[in-house]
Design a binder for this molecule. Structure first.
Ligand code: GUN
Length: 281
């Protein structure tokens, strides 16, 4: 079994991005700017946001994190987004999800200018992506595609099973795999006999949010397994949706948690912000 080292690949790509950012600044004076808005105090979100800020600064970007209290109203949040939409010195706007229950997520995602929607969650960007004209692509599945490329993992004609149907991961992952000529099955928590569906996969992408749920009984010998999970185990330690030790015995490639998909998500977010900055010139 070969471990797919997302941390290493992300570091390599972010170093390249830092060079490109220096060149862009020298040539044009432009510095890519990413603003991240976090509402409330979800503990996982705090970690994600901190990592995004650190990576953006390391790439030479301008970076701002706006931390708002749980009690922030939808109107206040929409007004803030509008301010950043109009400010040409910011090229990417990301509102960290999940939002507090009293805020309508769809309204918020719709309010972000599609040109600055580096998450790719705006309906316009989703529609373009699904109809074969991608502009902004959700970062997590984009990062997974980079891993396949880096490790020479062929997708054409393969059966890919995606477990999870979220707008953030499952659905866009399926679309990218189809674009790469894989045959795609989307499974989820209500799928009957999930293990036997998963065992058909040459490529298995897991995003169900249940700690160490996927054991070797779910995996065909030689399959490529990508773990998008981010959970805490019984000892409070970070772990994925895949039971690494069990699946390592049968998989050909496997991503660890931490150090797998997570760092690549951030890399792709920064690359997309860089591209949005260039387009703004
Ligand atoms: N929450 C979990 N993943 C993501 C992501 O990729 N983007 C945003 N905005 N929120 C998230």
């Amino acid at each position: 079994m070969q471990r797919i080292d997302g941390k290493n690949l992300a570091a390599k790509k972010q170093a390249e991005l830092a060079d490109k950012t220096t060149q862009l600044k020298e040539k044009t004076g432009l510095v890519p700017g990413l603003v991240v808005i976090l509402v409330g105090d979800d503990s996982a979100s705090q970690v994600y946001v901190r990592n995004k800020e650190r990576s953006a600064l390391a790439a030479g970007f301008r970076s701002q994190v706006v931390r708002l209290p749980e009690s922030t109203t939808q109107e206040e949040l929409l007004a803030l987004i509008e301010r950043y939409n109009r400010d040409s010195s910011w090229h990417g706007i990301l509102v960290q999800l999940p939002l507090p229950k009293h805020i309508d997520e769809e309204k918020v995602l719709f309010a972000i200018s599609p040109d600055k929607d580096v998450d790719g969650f705006h309906p316009t960007n989703m529609g373009k992506f699904w109809s074969g004209h991608p502009v902004m692509i959700p970062s997590t599945p984009a990062g997974i595609m980079e891993m396949f490329k880096e490790y020479g993992i062929e997708l054409e004609g393969k059966h890919a099973v995606v477990i999870g149907r979220s707008n953030i991961v499952g659905k866009p992952m399926a679309q990218l795999l189809m674009d790469a000529n894989a045959t795609v099955t989307i499974a989820h928590s209500r799928t009957k006999d999930l293990a036997s569906v998963a065992r058909q996969a040459d490529i298995l992408v897991v995003a169900i949010g249940r700690a160490k749920f996927i054991t070797k009984e779910f995996v065909k010998e030689g399959a490529v397994v990508i773990d998008v999970g981010m959970n805490r185990d019984e000892n409070g330690k970070l772990c994925g949706d895949v039971d690494f030790d069990s699946v390592a015995a049968v998989a050909s490639y496997l991503t660890p948690v931490p150090g797998g998909v997570g760092p690549m998500t951030i890399t792709m977010l920064l690359e997309q912000t860089f591209e949005a900055a260039k387009v703004s010139l």
